[in-house]
Design a binder for this molecule. Structure first.
Ligand code: 5GP
Ligand code: MN
Length: 321
């Protein structure tokens, strides 16, 4: 029988508990364009609590006030303040201590009083759950909290299809199931709630936009603003599309290039299988980073130029494809 080992040292536990005990107003923040793991490690859209989230980009005054008023900041699912864009500057300028809880490589330890970083873990939600077990919070955990944590573990592993071989993950899941979550419904809520036009957008991209390269082990597709308009694109509709080319036998790398809807940049998403290092490619070619098999970045030039950069990246990494 496996047991879940403690996550942090006794010294770290004391530091964490002191930070919390001395704080009156705690701020919890996630990265821009939050995914299931960022939101799930705090709460989730179709769960009670979503109404309490303040989006810095949309409610800057309210969010700035919340930052000024807090005396402890939890940074969930990101490894450095610059990942928060403008909100990162506001938090850096505020003198409240920070705790980073994350699973991305190379955390900026100087940015926090305590950094709980575990890149080998599937999700920040897994880190949070292990922390909660160690601190003795399991007995009191509500079903909705269990559902939020399950969601982040599920979304960051593509429904436990990658980055999910650790036996302990399934022990943790069994602890969440014991809290009465409906994991099948969570799956449907996350993956099967798209619009008809999103499904047709998928068909359009796969039929018309997807190009294969390097003896078909890599692919690129692009998505323009006008195509988004044509398919009634709403935020999140591009989520997961980049995984689809990897369904082709032998595929190692998938690159998606999408015009940002707000800024004049191209958002880049990279997905790979096995040992192909998306994060290295993202750092080297796309001003970004991320995980071995899932990374992202952005390019400050038009889509046609971005395609050329992506083609050069594939060429440069041909030996690893
Ligand atoms: P996605 O393709 O879903 O936008 O991003 C996948 C992963 O890549 C994210 O979980 C994050 O770790 C990383 N990532 C995405 N965009 C950026 C970026 O602009 N900079 C860095 N450093 N990492 C990114
Ligand atoms: Mn994550």
């Amino acid at each position: 029988m496996l047991t879940i080992p403690p996550l942090i040292t006794e010294t770290e536990r004391e530091l964490l508990q002191n930070l919390i005990a001395n704080a009156k107003r705690i701020l919890i923040c996630g990265h821009r364009g939050p995914d299931g793991d960022a939101v799930g490690s705090a709460l989730l859209r179709w769960l009670p609590g979503i109404q309490d989230i303040s989006f810095y980009m949309r409610h800057e005054t309210e969010a700035t006030q919340a930052i000024k008023n807090c005396d402890l900041v939890f940074c969930l699912d990101f490894n450095a303040l610059h990942r928060l864009m403008e909100m990162g500057d506001a938090i850096a300028a505020h003198n409240a201590p920070r705790v980073i809880i994350d699973h991305h490589l190379n955390p900026d330890r100087n940015a926090a009083a305590l950094t709980i970083s575990h890149p080998q873990m599937c999700s920040t939600c897994e880190v949070v759950l292990r922390l909660l077990l160690q601190l003795g919070g399991y007995e009191d955990m509500a079903t909705r909290a269990a559902a939020a944590l399950y969601t982040g573990m599920m979304t960051d592993t593509g429904g436990f299809t990658y980055n999910s071989n650790s036996p302990e993950i399934y022990q943790l899941i069994s602890l969440l199931l014991a809290k009465g979550i409906d994991k099948d419904k969570i799956y449907r809520n996350v993956f099967n709630t798209y619009s008809e036009s999103r499904l047709r957008l998928t068909g359009y991209i796969l039929y018309k936009k997807l190009d294969f390269y390097q003896d078909r082990r890599a692919s690129i597709f692009t998505l323009t603003r006008s195509e988004m308009t044509r398919f009634n694109f709403i935020r999140g509709d591009a989520e997961g599309l980049v995984n689809m080319p990897l369904q082709v036998k032998g595929m190692r790398l998938s690159i998606s290039l999408r015009e940002d809807t707000e800024r004049d940049v191209v958002r880049v998403s990279l997905r790979s299988v096995d040992d192909f290092p998306c994060n290295k490619m993202a750092e080297e070619f796309f001003n970004g980073g991320g995980h071995l098999n899932a990374s992202g970045g952005e390019l400050p030039f038009p889509l046609s130029e971005a395609v050329k950069t992506a083609e050069r990246a594939i060429e440069a990494y041909a030996h690893l494809l």
